[in-house]
Design a binder for this molecule. Structure first.
Ligand code: FPP
Length: 226
């Protein structure tokens, strides 16, 4: 497979279409999420291979808490199991794991696993994999504003949960939806968006490479004249 001609520093994903993928096959929605984890692994491996430094995934929004309880429980279980299961992949490939979002809504057990995995992978530096969990962009700006006011600060970027992480160069959303859905509202100000009709469980290395080629063809001016 060809190497993409331009490699962004930070690529972000809105992984959409798991439910539809499962329903098309006459299966329960959760099967789509199980298969979706395989896509996350494929993207993670390709990111390491191509020298991408940050890969971030919108795994669960603040709004997703309103889904049926069984689906929420399954997703949380899946998150916990996947993190533990991928431990060797993280260590073998130099991947640092970060989980960002409203951690106060997660169970003690999940929070403990997250703390442990973040600690164990903290000195890995090839790729930073970010999982946004119980995250919404409005929540992030709100919590940042409150902390900034309390400290009398003036740079909101330093108070967002993504402080210290470069803003995404590219955002990819799968499944044909073309919305931001309350993801990183502040951080995506100058990000290039690529929308693809592919459902997330079918989004693997070749689809990723095509999205990177689309990104390579864009002319980024950051509001300036070139
Ligand atoms: C969107 O599809 C997908 C989600 C809300 C969940 C995504 C989470 C995972 C794939 C697990 C990730 C795990 C790790 C460790 C990163 P949807 O259910 O909204 O699909 P639909 O629009 O077809 O209903």
């Amino acid at each position: 497979m060809q190497i993409p001609s331009k490699i962004p520093v930070h690529v972000s994903f809105i992984m959409d279409g798991n439910g539809r993928w499962a329903q098309q096959r006459g299966k329960e929605r959760v099967y789509g999420h199980f298969e979706g984890v395989e896509s996350v692994r494929a993207i993670m491996e390709a990111s390491v291979e191509w020298g991408i430094r940050y890969a971030s995934f919108f795994a669960f929004s603040e709004e997703n808490w309103d889904r049926p309880e069984a689906e929420v429980m399954t997703l949380m279980e899946l998150m916990m199991k996947s993190m533990k299961k991928e431990y060797k992949t993280f260590m073998d490939n130099g991947i640092r794991l970060l989980v960002l979002g409203n951690r106060s809504r997660l169970s003690d057990k999940l929070n403990a696993t997250i703390d442990e995995m973040q600690e164990l992978t903290s000195s890995n530096s090839v790729l930073t994999m970010i999982i946004f969990l119980s995250y919404s962009g409005k929540w992030d700006i709100q919590q940042a504003a409150l902390r900034m006011a309390a400290e009398g600060g003036d740079d909101i970027g330093r108070y967002l949960v993504t402080a210290g992480i470069p803003d995404p160069d590219l955002l990819i959303r799968t499944s044909g939806e073309e919305r931001i859905s309350n993801f990183m509202l502040w951080q995506l100000a100058y990000t290039e968006f690529v929308f693809t009709k592919t459902l997330w469980p079918d989004f693997r290395k070749e689809e990723f490479r095509l999205a990177l080629e689309e990104y390579a063809s864009r002319d980024r001016r950051f509001g300036k004249v070139k």
